[in-house]
Design a protein around this ligand. Structure first.
Ligand SMILES: [Zn+2]
Ligand SMILES: [Zn+2]
Length: 167
């Protein structure tokens, strides 16, 4: 049997949410897409009818005191908060919970930085490999490209070595 997930609350055929009248049912469902809108989320019908098929996520917007660039963590990943933000005793953060579609979440600037960190890592590895093979000029080209990427990431308020720990 196919299952679908509610785009509002993420309930499924096997894990219905409980309302006052018992378990929810589908107001709209597309088993082909594996998505629907359950009776607990009537306000999501508008999004559904507009053709939106992305599931809402609960996301923490975390801003370190004194800094302006927030970092976003999905509620299920909150255990990684201390690692991602390099938490030390006495650190203060402002946390705001937001509801966000998975499309909006993936389009966040922080993921652009993660993509850049991945490129940076590849340049570092290419530079090391070239050096090992005695290709000094080639190594220098990769090092320069790596430095350019690291500078771009730093300009956006992130640290490439820190981001690379999570790749
Ligand atoms: Zn729902
Ligand atoms: Zn439901």
């Amino acid at each position: 049997m196919r299952t679908a997930t509610c785009i509002g609350c993420r309930c499924t055929d096997f894990h219905a949410c409980q309302g006052e009248d018992g378990p929810c049912s589908w107001l709209a469902v597309d088993y082909g897409a594996g998505l629907g809108v359950c009776s607990g989320c009537p306000d999501q019908l508008k999004r559904w009818q507009a053709g939106e098929r992305s599931v809402l996520m609960l996301v923490a917007k975390i801003t370190r005191e004194g800094e302006s660039t927030p970092f976003f963590i999905e509620s299920n990943d909150m255990a990684s908060f201390p690692l991602l933000l390099d938490v030390e005793p006495g650190d203060k953060f402002a946390v705001e919970w937001l509801e966000m579609s998975s499309n909006d979440f993936e389009a966040l600037p922080q993921f652009e930085q993660v993509r850049l960190a991945r490129q940076w890592l590849a340049e570092c590895q290419a530079a090391a490999a070239a050096e090992k093979n005695g290709l000094t000029d080639q190594a220098r080209v990769h090092q320069a490209e790596g430095a350019r990427i690291a500078a771009a990431v730093a300009a956006a308020g992130y640290e490439v070595t820190h981001l690379a720990q999570f790749l």
